[in-house]
Write a protein that binds this ligand. Structure first.
Ligand code: F6P
Length: 341
């Protein structure tokens, strides 16, 4: 069999570990050939390829990013996009695709599966918001980066008696904020799923100062106040129609200063959360996902996504995995609330 592999959407640590595992097992156990598609769905759409064999995947396990490149190209927004993909796959004699992506990239894979393209999905996103999998790879690395930032901010916040706000990624789901805030001892965590009360946030800030401690507030980029709107970067959107976020941290700092009289500053972690080497957890998870994805392809189990359930790697229908996002349960959030203030 000849298998195409692509990585789409925002990159994340562990992508190369998945690619390496797919190729290593595919060549050694099944004798398959591989074609790497460049830059997400742009690759099969425009016929952009890269050699993908054991040699090309040597030494990439600890490397961040993706050797294949990524993009947010949406073939369903391009004229004859699906036809062009089908034609290119046929021209290159590619039997099946392994697609490594988040909600958008796998959303395209879901539709292509329904249109007869043989696909297997692998869940990738630092946001951890893909349905039907306990974790996605990349999330653990992002949380550790954010936690380390919070640890560092604690000491400087103490020295200057300031409130420090950390804005982390998380458009619709507050997983990074919740886990890094809990691990880093935040005075308050704000997530998109639960609109926040600004007065309450200010009271947490004040109570932390009262106990002679400086507050750190962790806010997800998609969090919003109860009586306000989502704060966006400049109103521009990506190919999947998502408006670009960032700005809630700055807004919060202004409001906190105004309402409490305490100095407040913001650090936006941005792409630092997505870059660099994966943690051991992400390397192992990504490797296991890769091994199971090529086995699913070998067994002809199309239209599925490999997933983590407890400690087992399972298979779930792509259609179910991309039907809705996995967001933070309010009960889980309330476990963290006990530490606020
Ligand atoms: O989906 C991953 C993610 O990192 C989101 O958390 C974030 O909103 C988005 O990508 C940012 O996208 P980009 O950096 O590609 O504009």
């Amino acid at each position: 069999m000849r298998v195409g592999v692509l990585t789409g959407g925002g990159d994340c640590p562990g992508l190369n570990a998945v690619i390496r595992a797919i190729v290593r097992k595919g060549v050694k156990e099944y004798g398959y050939d591989f074609v790497g598609f460049r830059d997400g769905w742009k690759g099969p759409l425009e016929g952009l390829t890269i050699d993908l064999d054991i040699k090309a995947t040597r030494g990439i396990l600890p490397r961040g990013g993706t050797i294949l490149g990524s993009s947010r190209t949406n073939p369903f927004k391009v004229e004859d996009g699906v036809e062009r993909i089908k034609e290119n796959l046929a021209k290159m004699k590619i039997d099946a695709l392994i697609v490594i992506g988040g909600e958008d990239t796998l959303g395209v894979a879901t539709k292509l599966d329904q249109l007869g393209v043989k696909v297997v999905g692998v869940p990738k996103t630092i946001d951890n918001d893909l349905n039907n999998t306990d974790y996605t790879f990349g999330f653990d690395t992002a949380v550790n980066i954010a936690m380390e930032a919070i640890d560092r901010l604690h000491t400087t916040a103490e020295s200057h008696h300031r409130a420090l706000i950390v804005e982390v990624m998380g458009r619709h789901a507050g997983w990074i904020a919740l886990h890094s805030g809990l691990a880093g001892g935040a005075a308050c965590i704000l997530i998109p799923e639960i609109p926040f009360d600004l007065e309450k946030v200010c009271s947490y800030v004040e109570s932390r100062f009262e106990s002679s401690y400086a507050p750190i507030i962790v806010v997800a980029e998609g969090a919003l106040p109860k009586d306000g709107d989502l704060i966006t970067k400049d109103g521009s959107k990506d190919a999947f129609g998502h408006v670009k976020l960032s700005g809630i941290g700055e807004w919060l700092a202004e409001q906190i200063e105004k309402k409490t009289g305490k100095e407040a500053r913001t650090s936006v972690l941005g792409h630092i959360q997505r870059g660099g080497t994966p943690t051991a957890f992400d390397r192992v998870l990504a490797t296991r996902f890769g091994l199971h994805a090529i086995t699913a392809a070998h067994e002809g189990d199309w239209g599925i996504m490999v997933a983590l359930s407890g400690t087992d790697i399972t298979r779930v229908p792509l259609a179910s995995a991309t039907a809705q996002l996995k967001v933070v349960d309010p009960a889980l959030y309330s476990e963290a609330e006990i530490f606020f203030g």
